[in-house]
Structures are given as structure tokens and as C-alpha cells.
Design a protein around this ligand. Structure first.
Ligand SMILES: C[S@@+](CC[C@H](N)C(=O)[O-])C[C@H]1O[C@@H](n2cnc3c(N)ncnc32)[C@H](O)[C@@H]1O
Length: 282
């Protein structure tokens, strides 16, 4: 069952690329989170239901539906293009007990108070406006004793592209300052712990780890970074062109820096991306 709405966000234009490119990095991380949540409060226990808040293309939903096909799952995102991708996947895969709906996480008004037993949110609150409001809404919709499973990036500038981008820009314009992409209050492990406790969550547990991001060659990374429409990358490009600088000039320098940092002998690239997982109870 689905509820479609109309909403356009800066995430719409990455929706088709997201699953293949970013999914390769986030699927193993999300799988670890789903397993951790299940070990703590079983996803196949009586009365269990799940919500994937800021679901994107539905990576957590896919994991839940593959492992627990009868678990009722609600997926929400404020990008209608993302919800369209999830619904396409749901139809193709024949998921039952599944709903997806366009909804802003800052106001989950169509989700009943204390109705969700297992609430997931991956790589959303670190990038979204008003993360405190989002966390407060998640606390509202979670049942007493329900569990939150959360994943965020663990560096204010994501990490993987940061040094290559800034060093490449500085070769052309030493005074350039890249804008910070994420709110440190919702990425650094101790801040995440504090933020969840402040919102009323208890039994907060945190894991800070790294995932390797592997690319076929530098061209693939560069195409994603410059042409992929990821809102974070776009913010950096805009901060560069607003200074009258050219993307065409910085691009080869950026590629060289990436190869220096991550290049492998077979032409592929491989580098670490730090992330933080949390589980917490209401
Ligand atoms: C980096 S993607 C993560 C998607 C997915 N959770 C995953 O792990 O692959 C961030 C998602 O959060 C969504 N998002 C950002 N702010 C939101 C908000 N206020 N309400 C609902 N969705 C939001 C975006 O549309 C995007 O799909």
C-alpha cells in the first residue's frame, strides 16, 4: 500500500544514482545496524513494526523486507523522487505489509504517537535541517521501550572527498574556505549520545567505525562527485563557482589528489569513510 504526495527536495535529482553509488557504501553499514537492533529487540517478536525515517531509496527497507518479510514497515522521506524509487523497488520485489509515504521528518503528523516499535534513520539527521526537531518527533512516535537505530557520518565534511577537494582548490585559490556540510552536534559520537539523551532516549549505545569505499577508477569517483547532484557536493561546487572559479580547472587537480590518497595498483580507488551507529530506547 502506498501514499504518494508531491514534494520536491534537493535530494530528488540524486535518487536514481543514489542506490548504485552510495548504496555500495551504506548497505553494509545499514545491515550492521539492522542486525544490532534485532539482537537487542527482535524484529520478529510479537507486535513488532518498523519505520525507515528519511528512507532515501529504501536501503533499510530492503534489508528489513529480505530478512523479515511479514514485518510491517513504513518508509518516509520528504523527497517524492526517493519515495517513487522505494515504491518501484517494493513493486518489483513484491513486498507485502509495506507502506511508503512522502513526509517531512520534522513533523511526522500522520504517524501516531507511540505507534512504532523499531525506528530506523540512516544518514539523514546529520544532513537535514533541524535535527533536534527530527529527533524529538522520533521520540514521540516510538512506543515505550521501543528501539531507535541510527546511523550518521562521523566527520563534519563526510571525509572521503574533503582533503582532495580543499587541497585542489587551494592550488588555484589559497584563500578558499569550504563550507562545513554537517552539524557536528549530530555526527561526533559523544555529541550524538548527548543529543539522544537530551531528547529523552535512554540506554544509548554508540559504535564509531569505518567502512571502505571502493571505486573502479578515478573517473567513476569524479563523475559522481561533479555530476551526481549530491546536495553536499553541490554545496561545495557552488561555494567555488560563486568566487568566479571554474569547476573545469579544479577537476583534474581533484582527480590527481584522489589518486594520490586512495589509488591502488590496478587503477581502482579505495578509502575509508568514518561513521557512527547508535541504538537507544524510549
Ligand atoms: C543521505 S540520504 C540517506 C537515505 C537513506 N536513509 C540511506 O541510508 O540510504 C538522506 C535522505 O534524507 C532525506 N531527508 C532529508 N531531510 C529530510 C526531512 N526533513 N524529512 C524527510 N526526509 C528528509 C533526503 O530526501 C534523503 O533521501
Amino acid at each position: 500500500m502506498s501514499t504518494r504526495g508531491k514534494n520536491h527536495s534537493e535530494w530528488d535529482s540524486i535518487s536514481t544514482l543514489y542506490h548504485t553509488v552510495v548504496g555500495q557504501l551504506t548497505i553494509p553499514i545499514a545491515a550492521g545496524l539492522v542486525d544490532w537492533v534485532h539482537e537487542t529487540v527482535p524484529l520478529n517478536g510479537p507486535g513488532a513494526n518498523a519505520m525507515d525515517n528519511g528512507c532515501g531509496t529504501g536501503i533499510v527497507c530492503s534489508l528489513l523486507k529480505s530478512n523479515y518479510p511479514t514485518l510491517p514497515v513504513l518508509a518516509t522521506d520528504f523527497s517524492s523522487a526517493m519515495i517513487d524509487e522505494v515504491l518501484r523497488n517494493a513493486e518489483e520485489s513484491g513486498w507485502k505489509h509495506f507502506q511508503a509515504r512522502v513526509l517531512d521528518s520534522r513533523n511526522l503528523d500522520s504517524v501516531e504517537t507511540e505507534s512504532v516499535t523499531h525506528l530506523f534513520t540512516t544518514f539523514m539527521i546529520c544532513l537535514a535541517p533541524d535535527p533536534d526537531q527530527i529527533v524529538s518527533e522520533m521520540h514521540r512516535v516510538l512506543q515505550q521501550n521501543g528501539i531507535l537505530g541510527l546511523a550518521v557520518w562521523a566527520r563534519p565534511n563526510f571525509g572521503f572527498f574533503e582533503a582532495a577537494w580543499i587541497e585542489a582548490c587551494h592550488e588555484l585559490d589559497p584563500t578558499y574556505e569550504a563550507p562545513t556540510l554537517m552539524d557536528p552536534e549530530w555526527i561526533e559520537p559523544e555529541n550524538v549520545r548527548r543529543g539522544l539523551a537530551k531528547a529523552g532516549f535512554k540506554s544509548v549505545e554508540i559504535k564509531a567505525e569505518q567502512q571502505s569505499w571502493d571505486w573502479e577508477n578515478v573517473n567513476a569517483v569524479s563523475t559522481y562527485f561533479f555530476d551526481g547532484h549530491n546536495p553536499g557536493n553541490t554545496k561545495w561546487h557552488d561555494s567555488w563557482t560563486e568566487r568566479g572559479q571554474s569547476i573545469d580547472k579544479v577537476r583534474p587537480l581533484f582527480e590527481r589528489k584522489l589518486e594520490e590518497a586512495y589509488g591502488q595498483s590496478d587503477g581502482s580507488l579505495k578509502g575509508p569513510v568514518p561513521f557512527c551507529l547508535a541504538i537507544a530506547r524510549k
